[in-house]
Design a protein around this ligand. Structure first.
Ligand code: ADP
Length: 408
C-alpha cells in the first residue's frame, strides 16, 4: 500500500511516498518558494533526480504539481493516484484535544483552524496542504499527526506554569511541547532495539536540530519536555533563546524595544546565532572555534551546559533512567556535543565510550555508552516522515467508526 506523507510549511512542501508496511521510500521531494517569482522543485526516486524551476503560486497548485510529478509517465513512480491509499499530514498544534493521530473529518479541520491561534505560523499552511490533498486525492484517507500529541501524557504539575490559573482556564496557557513525532519515533526504535516492553522503559530523548528539545519519557510516555507554550522555551537553539528570565522582556521594552522587535529578537536573532554573532549552524561554530573564535566557543559551551542541566533535571524526574537518546542534525552528527554534554556524569551512571562515540557513522543507530554504563546512551537518526507513515498506515486498517490511533 502507498502512503504519502506531506509536511506543508509556510512557503514549502516536503513529501515522501512510502510503500507500507515495508517502510520503503519510493520517492521523496521538496517544493520550495511557493508564492515567489521562482519556485524550486526536486524529486528523488529510483527513476533518478528530477529538478525543475517554475512558478507555483499557492499550496493547492503545489500539491497538484507534486501529484503530477509522482504520476509523471517518464520520471514518476506510480501510474495512477488511486495507488495512494492514505495521506499523513504533519500538523504542528493539536491543543489539548488531539492526543493521537486522527482521521481528518470536518470537525478536525475546524479544530486545526481554531488552534492556529496557538501556532499562527504553522497550522494555517498545514491546513492548506490538507485541503489540497483532499481535493486532488479524494479517495485516499487523510490523517493528521500532531507535533503536540505525544506529549499529551505530561501531568499538570509539569504543564502548569507558575502564573494565575485563570490564564490556563481562559487562554489555555500551559506547556504543550513540540517535536513529539521525533521523540516518539526514537522511542519506538529503542523499544525495538532493546526488545523490551515500552511500559518498562524510562528515557531522556534529545532532539537537537535547528530547533532543539529534550523530553523525559516514563514507562513509554512523555512526562515532561523542554519546549512549552511555544517552541521558544527550553534549550538554546539555532536562533531561539530557549529559557530566559521573563523580566528581560520588560527591561528591553523599557529601553524602546517593541513587542514585534522582541519577538524577532528571541526567535530569530538569539540562540547560537545571537551568542556567537557568527552563525546558527553548529558546523560553522566548530570551524570558528578551531580558528580561536571565543564567542563561537562560548555559544557551544552554553548550548551543552543548558542541555546538561535539563538532562540532570530529567534524571531526577525519572528516578531510574534506562537510556539517553541523541537525535536531530546536531545530536546525530556531532560527537563533541554528546561528549561535552555528558562528560563527568559517571557517578550518575552515565559512561560514554569515546571510541564508539567518535566512530558513529552518519545515519546509523549506535550505542555510544560503555557496556558497564547503567544509563545506556544511543544515537538514533530521527525519521518523522516514517513515523507519520506508520500512523497513517495503521489508520487505513481500522474499523469504520474508529477515527483515532493511540500514540505509543
Ligand atoms: P531541522 O531542525 O531544520 O530539521 P537538522 O535536524 O537538519 O535541522 O539540524 C540542523 C543542525 O544540525 C545544524 O546546526 C547543523 O550544523 C547540524 N549538523 C548537520 N550535520 C552536521 C554534521 N555533520 N556535524 C555537525 N553538525 C551538523
Amino acid at each position: 500500500m502507498k502512503i504519502l506523507v506531506i509536511n506543508s510549511g509556510s512557503s514549502s512542501i516536503k513529501y515522501q511516498l512510502f510503500n507500507m508496511p515495508q517502510e520503503e521510500v519510493i520517492a521523496k521531494g521538496l517544493l520550495e518558494r511557493i508564492g515567489e517569482e521562482k519556485s524550486f522543485f526536486i524529486q528523488k526516486s529510483a527513476k533518478g533526480k528530477l529538478e525543475l524551476e517554475g512558478s507555483i503560486a499557492t499550496h493547492e497548485q503545489g500539491i497538484n504539481f507534486i501529484i503530477d510529478m509522482l504520476t509523471d509517465k517518464e520520471k514518476g513512480v506510480i501510474s495512477s493516484i488511486e495507488e495512494i491509499q492514505g495521506v499523513g499530514h504533519r500538523v504542528v498544534h493539536g491543543e489539548e484535544e488531539f492526543t493521537e493521530s486522527v482521521l481528518i473529518n470536518e470537525k478536525v479541520i475546524m479544530r486545526i483552524e481554531e488552534y492556529a491561534d496557538l501556532a499562527p505560523l504553522h497550522n494555517p499552511p498545514n491546513l492548506m496542504g490538507i485541503m489540497a490533498s483532499k481535493k486532488f486525492l479524494p479517495n485516499a484517507i487523510q490523517v493528521a499527526c500532531f507535533d503536540t500529541a505525544f506529549h499529551h501524557a505530561i501531568p499538570p504539575k509539569a504543564y502548569i506554569y507558575g502564573i494565575p490559573y485563570e490564564l490556563y482556564e481562559k487562554y489555555k496557557i500551559r506547556r504543550y511541547g513540540f517535536h513529539g513525532t521525533s521523540h516518539l519515533y526514537v522511542k519506538r526504535r529503542l523499544v525495538s532495539i532493546l526488545k523490551m516492553p515500552k511500559e518498562e522503559l524510562n528515557l531522556i530523548t534529545c532532539h537537537l536540530g535547528n530547533g532543539c528539545s529534550v523530553s523525559a519519557i516514563a514507562h513509554g510516555k512523555s512526562v515532561d519536555t523542554s519546549m512549552g507554550f511555544t517552541p521558544l522555551e527550553g534549550l538554546v537553539m539555532g536562533t531561539r533563546s530557549g529559557d530566559i528570565d521573563p523580566a528581560i522582556i520588560f527591561y528591553l521594552n523599557g529601553k524602546g524595544y517593541t513587542p514585534e522587535d522582541l519577538n524577532k529578537l528571541l526567535n530569530k536573532k538569539s540562540g547560537l546565532m545571537g551568542i556567537s554573532g557568527i552563525s546558527n549552524d553548529m558546523r560553522n561554530l566548530f570551524w570558528a572555534q578551531e580558528k580561536g573564535n571565543e564567542r563561537a566557543k562560548l555559544a557551544i559551551e552554553v548550548f551543552c551546559y543548558r542541555l546538561r542541566k535539563y538532562i540532570g533535571a530529567y534524571l531526577a524526574v525519572l528516578g531510574k533512567t534506562d537510556a539517553i537518546i541523541f537525535t536531530g542534525g546536531i545530536g546525530e552528527n556531532n560527537p563533541q556535543i554528546r561528549q561535552d554534554t555528558l562528560s563527568g556524569m559517571e557517578s550518575l551512571g552515565i559512561e560514554i565510550e569515546e571510541e564508539k562515540n567518535v566512530s558513529t557513522v552518519k545515519g546509523v543507530e549506535a550505542q555510544i555508552s560503555k557496556d558497564s554504563s547503567r544509563v545506556k546512551v544511543y544515537v538514533i537518526p530521527t525519521n518523522e516522515e516514517l513515523c507519520i507513515a506508520q500512523d497513517a498506515y495503521e489508520l487505513t486498517k481500522v474499523q469504520p467508526g474508529v477515527i483515532s490511533l493511540k500514540i505509543d
